[in-house]
Design a protein around this ligand. Structure first.
Ligand code: GAP
Length: 465
């Protein structure tokens, strides 16, 4: 089960260095978060697992890393300038600002709220007697379209022609490079391009920790297929992504699939399903799968004048615009899900409670901790020797801790999810009464708490992944 309260996770994240509030020494900047020393390791591992699974281990995939800043014509062609809007209303009494469609959604169903035109939003709020959540009055302004893209200026001269946007999705970087990829890699359909990177949206109601922020990271795939093969590809990706989340330790009961209603679909999609996770505040979108058809490539062909078609390498007369199935993962939401899923409080036999993060070992920020039993100089020296051996002989992330009792140090490692702790003791030095313990260590398992004695050479072999 996920942590019962988000507060517990936020507090552990801050205390142990997973996630800090952004710009904290200046009083913060609302809804910005910084990944700390452990958070960055966890996030990098999520990205590494994703890249390995979806780019390296598939013959039909390649990677890309496109620029965040793109020619503004991209966003006109993609439909984001005209369609990526929320209807905003202000309360004339308290001056607070809200998304009119969201206020209406609570009263009407999602479908009914989604079909309203911008000039119907305010009259509908009044007709339904929907008060301001801030002050309780019904004093709404006309709804205004608010584009979610962040605008900035390029170059030193402010003014006309220099306005550009921070990308609101990584996807367009892939579409505009379609020809480059085709011409250099010469892939056969079906094939996909994967990309991990930042995206920016001026969200009206960010919140719930890293769930909805204005700056976030996406892990996206644009998968190109022959028209007519999109439906099967859609089903295949739905299953593949579902299985990926389960394989990394997400509990099945905390995941569900939600099909978008026709009225709810984004401007580019003919079908969308979300994989939702049961967050502490309720179900929320973790991943979205969209059938974008030939929308983007056709739009870019029209707007840029470049031919965006694909020619069959076996039959040059067969030329067409591929259709696109898009698996889109929120990286920060995925990290948040793994954090929530890992958080465990366990009652021990002695009545104490231990907090542990039960990360899949592939995701744990630290693989092993090396702990000399005490601060005695020769124990520490031996443990340091072992530390060097492990970091040089493996690609593991290794922690070294001498501070506090061994019990306290175990607890600290449990709390950050370190799967294995290695203790160097007097047996290791050959100073213990027991025979044959020289150059052996104990290795302790985070989940079972079992300890095993191993020879150092065996240890290195057992740690190599
Ligand atoms: N290219 C398609 C696309 O961008 P989306 O459903 O708008 O689709 C995809 O976004 C994923 O990105 C979402 O499922 C979510 O995980 C993540 N995401 C979107 N907006 C976000 C935000 N404001 N904060 C954090 N993650 C966000």
């Amino acid at each position: 089960m996920p942590a019962t309260s988000l507060d517990q996770l936020v507090s552990l994240s801050k205390r142990r260095g997973f996630i800090f509030p952004g710009s904290e020494i200046y009083g913060g900047l609302a809804n910005t978060w910084d990944y700390g020393p452990l958070g960055v390791e966890l996030k990098n591992r999520v990205k590494k697992e994703w890249w390995q699974t979806f780019v390296h281990k598939r013959q039909d995939m390649v990677g890309l890393d496109a620029a965040i800043l793109m020619n503004p014509k991209v966003w006109e062609a993609s439909g984001h300038v005209s369609n990526f809007n929320d209807p905003l209303v202000d309360c004339k009494n308290c001056k607070e600002r809200f998304r009119g469609d969201k206020l209406l959604e609570e009263k009407l169903d999602v479908e009914a709220a989604a079909v309203l035109k911008i000039d119907q939003v305010q009259p509908m709020l009044v007709a339904e007697k929907i008060p301001c959540p801030g002050c309780g009055k019904i004093a709404w302004t006309e709804a205004k379209k608010f584009n979610l893209m962040f605008k900035t200026q390029q170059g030193v001269i402010e003014g006309e022609g220099s306005d550009i946007y921070l990308r609101p999705e990584t996807a367009q970087g892939i579409f505009v490079n379609f020809k480059n990829v085709i011409n250099t890699i010469r892939p056969r359909l079906p094939f996909g391009v994967g990309q991990i990177g930042k995206a920016f949206r001026n969200e009206i109601t960010p919140g719930n920790f890293t769930f909805r922020t204005r700056e976030f990271e996406q892990m996206e795939i644009e998968y190109f297929v022959e028209p007519g093969e999109d439906k099967q590809a859609f089903e295949d990706w739905k299953q593949t992504v579902w299985d990926w989340y389960l394989s990394l330790g997400i509990t099945k009961a905390n995941l569900r699939i939600r099909e978008h209603d026709k009225k709810e679909l984004s401007h580019y999609s003919s079908r969308t399903v979300d994989i939702e996770y049961r967050f502490p505040w309720g179900w929320g979108e973790l991943f979205g799968l969209a059938n974008r058809g030939d929308f983007d490539l056709s739009q870019h062909e029209k707007a840029s004048g470049e031919d965006m078609k694909y020619t069959d390498p076996d039959d040059a007369t067969k030329k067409f615009t591929p259709h696109v199935v898009e698996p889109s993962f929120g990286c920060d939401r995925t990290v948040l899900t793994f954090l929530l899923e890992a958080y465990t409080e366990e009652k021990l036999e002695n009545g104490e409670t231990r907090t542990l993060m039960k990360f899949d070992p592939r995701l744990a920020p630290i693989d092993v901790a090396i702990l000399p039993l005490s601060k005695k100089e020769h124990l520490v020296a031996k443990a340091q020797e072992l530390y060097k051996k492990v970091v040089q002989g493996t690609d593991l992330v290794v922690d070294f801790d001498v501070t506090g009792s061994i019990g306290k140090r175990y607890r600290r490692q449990d709390e950050i999810g370190t799967p294995k702790c290695i203790t160097v003791d007097f047996g290791t030095l050959g100073e213990d009464a027991k025979q044959g313990e020289k150059d052996t260590i104990t290795i302790r398992d985070r989940d079972s708490l079992k300890q095993e004695r191993l020879h150092i050479e065996e240890l290195i072999n057992s740690l190599v992944r």
